[in-house]
Design a protein around this ligand. Structure first.
Ligand code: SAM
Length: 253
């Protein structure tokens, strides 16, 4: 663990310098513990192809933290009290990225981790218990069901996802969860033009508007990233999201 932790923390610190942030030492140590748990469970659960400490720090942890840049553009948030959002949903979180990393950075966050695969959800429960985290809800359900559940529909200040689906599909997962005035953040790679063009109809249908795009480059650790920030400007019509599997099968383009 020690050698792993040292290499992990070195790159994590470099990443924080790149982002221009400092975090308490205890948060960094908790991230190292979390990375180690992912690595330990990985053989059984196949959670990630990235297991080297430096790559884990960069591509899972710093990349997750970089999502917050979406909220640091000039003019956003209009009121600093809006960020961090009190309630955030991470859709298709897998082993907990980006949601759990954001929670470790901002303990006040009320976080919902939505993950359809039961064994991954059970892994997340283990991590949350081991790290002693409070106000984290793990939902072993599909985003389409959660988005139709009155306990979750339009109840979040923010919803976020990384590596889950193409934009028209992703917006059907994210926007129904977000209250009017809140934001949906899609973490994407460099090539986003076609996806944005294909998602125009979905944005209109689900009540979203592309508010911001934030390009991030951190060579040599990360390939170029784009954060797409959608503001929820109108309630999502009741018929969305459609039944589980339908958004992916018949994306609204
Ligand atoms: N966000 C994590 C990351 O970036 O490391 C995991 C990405 S993984 C490629 C996609 C995850 O999304 C899988 O764990 C899958 O089970 C989950 N997923 C896909 N569609 C989903 C849906 N409709 N509802 C809930 N989870 C979903």
């Amino acid at each position: 663990m020690k050698a792993f932790e040292l290499s992990f923390l070195q790159v994590l610190r470099e990443g924080l310098t790149w982002l221009g942030w400092t975090l308490p030492e205890a948060a960094l140590e908790a991230m190292a513990r979390y990375a180690w748990i992912v690595r330990e469970w990985n053989e059984r659960l196949n959670l990630t192809a990235i297991v080297e400490p430096e790559a884990m720090a960069a591509r899972h942890f710093v990349d997750s933290l970089s999502a917050l840049q979406a909220f640091r553009e000039p003019g956003w948030p209009p009121d600093p009290a809006d960020w961090p959002p009190r309630r955030l949903a991470d859709v298709g979180t897998g082993a907990g990225f980006p949601g759990l990393v954001l929670k470790l950075a901002w303990p006040a966050l009320e976080l919902a981790l939505i993950e359809a695969t039961g064994k991954k959800a059970r892994f997340l429960e283990t991590v949350v218990r081991s790290l002693g985290l409070e106000h984290v809800t793990i939902l072993a359900r599909r985003a389409e069901e959660v988005g139709q559940d009155p306990a979750h529909r339009e109840r979040y200040d923010g919803a976020i996802a990384r590596a889950v689906a193409d934009l028209p599909v992703l917006l059907e997962y994210l926007l129904p969860l977000v209250r009017v005035g809140g934001v949906a953040v899609a973490m994407k790679g460099a090539e986003v033009e076609e996806e944005i063009a294909a998602a125009r109809r979905a944005m209109d249908l689900f009540g979203g508007r592309l508010r911001d795009r934030c390009e991030l480059v951190w060579p040599p650790y990360l390939s170029p990233r784009t954060l797409l920030v959608f503001e929820k400007i109108a309630p999502t019509p009741a018929k969305y999201p459609r039944r589980p599997g339908i958004p992916e099968k018949r994306p609204l383009r």
